[in-house]
Ligand binder design. Structure first.
Ligand SMILES: NC(=O)c1ccc[n+]([C@@H]2O[C@H](COP(=O)([O-])OP(=O)(O)OC[C@H]3O[C@@H](n4cnc5c(N)ncnc54)[C@H](O)[C@@H]3O)[C@@H](O)[C@H]2O)c1
Length: 246
């Protein structure tokens, strides 16, 4: 039996990851704030079992509560996946202090606290962790101060945790997606005067000529969790259709 905690698994990349894991027979504890979307995921038939729980990862106590709930449900933990993320965009002088704090809480502090709470259980199973960074960690763009800083910090956190936990047989990696077609970018698209022109403008900058699908990121996450990547730790793997290489 293999058990994964997916924090932020109700929609987008997390939802696709839950599907891929359950299709392969992995049991999943899905922690999220979006209860209705989480219920939709839980209603899907799959070989792997699923338990969902409401956990707001902006709360400092929520990460440990999610790990405890996953262990309570399935009595072991092999994988922790963190896809929950917050992206606030605002001009520099208008960027709210609260937006900075909330972004850091969800995007950096929660992954750290999840790893801290899960370390002992993961050491028992020689398990693995995958965080979700972003190409925003590697390039600047206007208004994304907290988001870019949080994803850069997550990459550094990945390295430190990987070195810390290697001796206990636990691997830690991140994925860094580019433009992926999920609800995450809806606020960005709806803020554009001409959504279609904005989308065309972005995909023409992507060498592979399109946005990525959440399933494509999920496949990378599953690879990084599993035995095929047994000698890979401390890495942040960019999956962006070639955007950063162009
Ligand atoms: N979609 C993209 O283009 C893109 C690009 C780069 C990086 N990412 C990163 O990928 C990750 C997943 O994004 P996605 O595109 O699947 O977005 P999404 O909005 O579809 O999924 C995010 C999930 O996290 C949950 N979540 C958000 N805040 C939470 C909180 N406080 N507590 C618990 N759950 C919370 C949401 O309810 C949702 O289920 C994010 O970390 C994001 O930064 C996405």
């Amino acid at each position: 039996m293999t058990v994964a905690l997916v924090a932020g698994g109700a929609t987008g990349i997390g939802r696709a990851t839950v599907r891929a894991l359950r299709a392969a027979g992995t049991d999943v504890y899905l922690a999220d704030v979006n209860d209705s979307a989480a219920r939709e995921v839980a209603d899907q038939e799959a070989p792997g079992r699923i338990v969902v729980g409401h956990h707001d990862l902006a709360d400092r106590h929520a990460p440990k509560a999610a790990v405890d709930a996953a262990l309570e449900a399935f009595e072991r933990l092999d994988h922790v996946v963190v896809t929950a993320g917050l992206h606030v965009v605002a001009p520099l002088e208008a960027f709210a202090f609260e937006a900075w704090e909330a972004t850091m809480a969800v995007n950096v502090r929660a992954p750290y606290l999840l790893a801290q709470a899960a370390a002992a259980a993961l050491a028992d199973t020689r398990g693995s962790i995958v965080f979700t960074g972003s190409t925003a960690a590697h390039r600047g763009s206007p208004g994304t101060f907290a988001y870019a800083a949080s994803k850069g910090a997550l990459i550094s956190l990945t390295r430190s945790l990987a070195v810390e936990l290697a001796g206990r047989g636990v691997r830690v990696n991140s994925v860094c997606p580019g433009w992926i077609d999920t609800p995450f970018n809806d606020p960005y698209w709806s803020a554009q005067a001409d959504t279609e022109a904005a989308l065309n403008g972005i995909v023409t900058r992507v060498p592979l000529g399109r946005q990525g699908d959440p399933e494509e990121v999920a496949a990378l996450i599953v690879y990084l969790l599993g035995p095929g990547s047994a000698y890979l730790t401390g890495q942040s793997v960019v999956i962006d259709g070639g955007l950063l290489s162009a």
